[in-house]
Design a protein around this ligand. Structure first.
Ligand code: GLC
Length: 508
């Protein structure tokens, strides 16, 4: 929500819309980076970790947001970006100023290869080499993302101490925790060895796919660093650490750490990446549940600011089923803004592209702008988001797809999200009751949550025969995905329909 008409969302704008979050029924709000930044990568290039960028407001606006969020019972999480800073950060200015500057070793510098090229074959996630030559000092610096995002050297204890202090700065203010950006990247191979070629690479794919990221990320020592970050969090009561981690399941699970020394929630992106088929989704939930370490609390994510939106991937009808899935699984769900009204893709013409990844590798990367279009609040001009020109286009159906319009419709996407979240608040079983899968038939995903709640989802658009355990037919229907009023559990579940049931006692 933009409060000052510049077309860009800001802190006062979010504060004005907190009631939406309360009515929706979420418990916490995660903000993508709001820190001082030249915005080479939309704030994921931080020039001052303890200042608010003027685009979004000032520290008074932040304090007001935090106070009002807490006053409404909402927690507030910030986005901590420790792997890299902006090249405009004073630390980097000092580091690049000379080879013997005391902060030289705060970043990752290396002499050129014998042919003058980069020190190794590591690729940037945003295309091209992950090394840029600093002509003045004759060495290359490493950047896993843009050249404007130099990687900090987390092997240097001074970097760790400075970063711990930035966490304390925000924790002292009362923020409830952090989502930590690319946490699995923090430590790289001490010898900076080449990555092995990726046998699955095909020309035309993003450069980052050329090699397997064996030495440039997910190193064993990263867990020591995370234990230190967790230690800082533990200096305070009731704060949360979430890690952004794109890794296969077995690797992901290691980020829970030994003896509570990892992140509380290693983001689980499997639903984002999985093909949308009942059998595959059922298997991945089983595998995830089985792989959790003792005491590891699950979490689920359907969309985020880097990936195609759920409604764009599976279509609006299945996006309702996806919402029902996300909000009835065990653990903490993360809902991406706008998914609650079913925002799908927006078309971004080449000259409208803002995402640096898409600009660097046109055609190869997903243009993340397509998942970042402004929230649509009302049928007013600018979708009620801004009095000015919104920084990215709205969806073509914004005049009907908005919070105000959907708030009046019983069967809207918004109504479904509100009902699901209300149910989740009322039924502790939905949050923490055990998860047990049930075979209900082809195309269907069915499970029991604790002894009392059951969920049956049709992941196809065709009606499917239900073969349910004894007693389920006599269940009360608490919610339907379509909003239809059903008197009893049907024998055939319509396409794109889902049910949340309260089981009669003694149901199998
Ligand atoms: C993470 C963020 C993404 C950003 C990148 C570099 O993946 O989610 O938006 O571009 O890190 O910081």
């Amino acid at each position: 929500m933009d409060s000052d008409g510049d077309g860009i969302g800001d802190l006062d704008g979010i504060r004005q819309r907190l009631d939406h979050l309360v009515e929706l029924g979420v418990g916490a709000l995660w903000l993508s980076p709001i820190f001082a930044s030249p915005m080479a990568d939309f704030g994921y290039d931080v020039a001052d970790y303890c200042a608010i960028d003027p685009l979004f407001g000032d520290m008074a606006a932040f304090d007001a947001l935090l106070t009002e969020a807490h006053g409404r019972g909402l927690k507030l999480l910030l986005d901590f970006v420790p792997n890299h800073s902006s090249d405009q950060h004073p630390w980097f200015a000092e580091s690049r100023s000379s080879r013997d500057n005391p902060r030289r070793d705060w970043y990752i510098w290396h002499d050129p290869a014998p042919d003058g090229g980069p020190p190794n074959n590591w690729q940037s996630n945003f295309g091209g080499s992950a090394w840029t030559l600093d002509e003045a000092t004759g060495q290359y610096y490493h950047h896993a993302f843009l050249a404007a995002q130099p990687d900090l050297n987390w092997r240097n204890p001074a970097v760790r101490a400075a970063m711990a202090d930035t966490l304390r700065f925000w924790l002292d203010k009362g923020v409830d925790g952090f989502r930590v950006d690319v946490i699995w990247h923090l430590i790289k191979d001490a010898g900076l060895r080449d990555n092995p070629p990726n046998p699955g690479y095909a020309p035309g794919q993003p450069d980052i796919q050329r090699y397997l990221q064996l030495h440039s990320a997910d190193q064993p020592e990263v867990h020591e660093v995370i234990a230190e970050l967790r230690g800082v969090i533990e200096e305070y009561d009731g704060r949360l650490l979430i890690g952004e981690i794109y890794l296969p399941l077995e690797r992901l699970m290691t980020y829970y750490g030994q003896d509570n020394a990892g992140v509380h929630l290693p983001f689980n992106f499997q639903l984002i990446q999985a093909p949308w088929h009942a059998g595959g989704i059922a298997a991945l939930i089983d595998e995830y549940e089985a792989a959790l370490p003792p005491g590891g609390w699950p979490n689920w994510v359907l969309s985020n600011h880097d990936q195609p939106r759920i409604a764009a991937r599976v279509g609006e009808a299945q996006a309702r089923i996806a919402a029902m899935l996300l909000l009835t699984l065990r653990g903490t769900p993360t809902l991406y803004y706008g998914d609650e009204i079913g925002i799908a893709d927006v078309t971004i013409l080449p000259d409208q592209a803002q995402d640096p990844a898409a600009i660097n590798e046109p055609g190869a990367s997903f243009n993340r702008d397509r998942a970042r279009s402004p929230m649509q609040w009302s049928p007013d001009p600018g979708g009620g988001f801004s009095n000015g020109e919104p920084w990215l286009p709205l969806t073509t159906d914004w005049q009907t797809r908005n919070v105000a319009s959907q708030a009046d419709e019983d069967a809207s996407m918004l109504a479904l999200h509100r009902a699901l979240l209300r149910l989740r608040q009322a039924e502790p079983t939905l949050r923490s009751g055990d998860y047990r899968r049930v075979d209900a038939g082809e195309g269907l995903l069915a499970y029991r949550r604790g002894p009392t709640i059951a969920v049956v989802l049709n992941l196809s658009s065709e009606a499917r025969a239900l073969t349910l355990p004894t007693g389920w037919q006599d269940a009360d229907i608490l919610l339907t995905a379509s909003g239809a009023d059903l008197a009893r559990v049907p024998d055939m579940l319509p396409g794109d329909e889902g049910l949340v049931l309260r089981l009669p006692e003694m149901a199998a």
